[in-house]
Ligand binder design. Structure first.
Ligand code: 5AD
Ligand code: FES
Length: 358
């Protein structure tokens, strides 16, 4: 794409980010704030090229199992926070989780992501039992946990039981911003400690932030980028903040598709081989949000494998998509969306076996 003659500065910064994989804080801010016509496409083109250099046209599918919406925490932005009396709560038994994996395995999935609220019912022993059962039945599959903050010993037990990966978003890399999003009982320092522990144990770690969360500034996003650069996660999950009607942030503005997509491109250029999901939240604020995410450099999607009767209950935010579909339908829909933008879905752990839509 032609660089417009005026506004050359931010386009040069995109070039610099691509070649040096780094910018100063001021330069990151300029990239985040740039409103030059054609800038997002310029950035996305670079991000796609980098993504294709490392991953070709592959988009990895991970099967997401939302196994409990019970949570002992009270994050101000989250629909399943403990004080939300309007949420109908559920838990899946070990058997139910295994049968989601059976369905997923039949559909070709080789990665299962177990995500839930921080639910004390799932003791370390129960998580160990679930992870061991999945790994015992499907030794060729990767198991990812996304069950929030626990102590290092617990993380170690899960790892020893066979868990391969752990997703724990940092939410924001600025401590005072973290405190605006969470009650005092949750600590930024503990969150960061958890991430460090997970990495030290040997997990492939995913972190990430919400885009456009209440009180977020450009400086906060710059700090997030700096944190990602230093922490070097294997995966970065970002999605727009979307208000949930039963939270104190019900009336706050949602994050935008434009800023989320721009950040996906920036993160792709900053961490060229990172796994970068086009998230459900992105698909929720824009009917083609996930496709736009893929075109901006994302390379992972996580279709929902949860049983249909509980899907409508795992509502972190309003208007969540894919709550009424069977796993098979959702996967089919996803595969079509990905191929509509010229990419190819793969379901394996990373060894590139094509996903068949038949
Ligand atoms: N909008 C967007 N994302 C949210 N999450 C929680 N609540 C919301 C919301 N209202 C995200 C958080 C959490 C992940 C599981 O979902 O980043 O880590
Ligand atoms: Fe879930 Fe389209 S991806 S229904």
């Amino acid at each position: 794409m032609e660089k417009p003659f005026e506004r050359i500065y931010q386009f040069d910064l995109a070039d610099k980010l691509e070649s040096e994989k780094n910018l100063t804080d001021e330069e990151f801010a300029a990239v985040l704030l740039c409103d030059a016509p054609g800038f997002d496409e310029y950035l996305a083109e670079k991000a796609r090229a980098v993504r294709e250099k490392y991953y070709g046209k592959a988009v990895y599918m991970r099967g997401l199992i939302e196994f409990t919406n019970i949570c002992k925490n009270n994050c101000y932005y989250c629909g399943i926070r403990r004080d939300n009396a309007n949420t109908e709560r559920y838990r899946l038994s070990e058997e139910q989780i295994l049968s989601c994996c059976d369905i997923g395995y039949e559909l070709g999935f080789r990665t299962f992501v177990l995500q839930g609220g921080e639910d004390p019912y799932y003791t370390d022993e129960l998580i160990v039992s679930i992870v061991s059962a999945i790994k015992g039945r499907y030794p060729d599959c990767a198991v990812t946990l996304s069950i929030g903050e626990r102590e290092k010993e617990s993380y170690q037990k899960f790892f020893d039981a066979g868990a391969d990966r752990y997703l724990l978003r940092h939410e924001t890399a600025d401590k005072s911003h973290y405190e605006m999003l969470h009650p005092a009982e949750l600590s930024f320092d503990h969150r960061m400690q958890c991430l460090k522990d997970l990495k030290d144990i040997g997990y492939q770690v995913g972190c990430g932030m919400m885009v456009g969360s209440p009180y977020q500034t450009t400086e906060h996003l710059v700090k997030d980028l700096r944190f990602l650069q230093e922490f070097k996660p294997e995966m970065v999950g970002i999605g727009p903040f979307i208000p949930h009607h039963d939270t104190q942030y019900a009336d706050y503005a949602a994050g935008t598709v434009e800023m989320t997509v721009r950040l996906l491109s920036i993160i792709r250029l900053l961490l060229p081989d990172v796994l970068l999901p086009a998230t459900t939240a992105l698909g929720t604020i824009d009917p083609r949000g996930r496709e736009k995410g893929i075109l901006a450099g994302a390379n992972v999607v996580m279709p929902n494998l949860s049983p249909s009767d509980v899907r409508g209950k795992y509502l972190l935010y309003d208007n969540k998509i894919c709550t009424g579909d069977e796993a098979a339908e959702c996967i089919r829909c996803m595969a079509m969306r990905i191929s509509s933008v010229g990419y190819e879905t793969v379901v394996d752990r990373g060894d590139h076996v094509s996903f068949s839509m038949e």
